[in-house]
Design a protein around this ligand. Structure first.
Ligand code: ZN
Length: 174
């Protein structure tokens, strides 16, 4: 496994649609292992392949808290088949938008079809934090960020701050 660099917004790749995968092979499993290591290291509870610059429909998630046993979930070609009309609101952040958070309202429950780490077709019913996390990550595969779900005013403010902090980072590197 090796840790990868996380792509930070604004970056046009984060707005691209990721591609469907034909099969789960060793190469894809290596990508998933790298994604998991990168996510744990960050640390975060979800990561889409596009966030390390790979336009493939793959997500890793682990919502286990600090002391709890690790419980990684690997989702290949995830497809949300149901979204509840009941909604819930979480304070969301994103590894591609470091230090920025906003309340996002999403369906409280969702159902999902996907292919797992071993190439098996699976389905899943999710609620609570897991449902929010899945929807946030599936959004990434379609070039959507959590800030797209908040007001334009707040979104523009966050992007402005990200551009500023990126420029400051460049100054330090130079
Ligand atoms: Zn994210």
């Amino acid at each position: 496994m090796s840790k990868k660099k996380i792509v930070i917004e604004p970056n046009p790749i984060l707005r691209k649609k990721s591609n469907i995968l034909e099969k789960v092979d060793g190469e894809l499993r290596k990508l998933m292992d790298d994604m998991l290591e990168t996510m744990y290291d960050a640390p975060g509870i979800g990561l889409a392949a596009v966030q390390i610059g790979v336009l493939k429909r793959v997500i890793v998630i682990d919502i286990a808290k600090g002391d709890e046993k690790k419980n990684p979930l690997f989702l290949v070609n995830p497809e949300i088949t149901f979204r509840s009309s009941k909604t819930s609101t979480y304070e969301e952040g994103c590894l591609s938008l470091p230090s920025h958070f906003a309340e996002v309202e999403r369906p409280a429950e969702c159902h999902l079809n996907f292919i797992d780490y071993n190439g098996k077709k699976k389905d899943l019913k999710a609620s609570g934090l897991l449902a929010t996390c899945i929807q946030h990550e599936v959004d990434h595969l379609d070039g959507i960020l959590f800030i797209d779900h908040i007001s334009k005013l707040k979104r523009d403010m966050i992007i402005k701050k990200l551009i500023k902090s990126k420029k400051e980072l460049d100054k330090v590197i130079l």
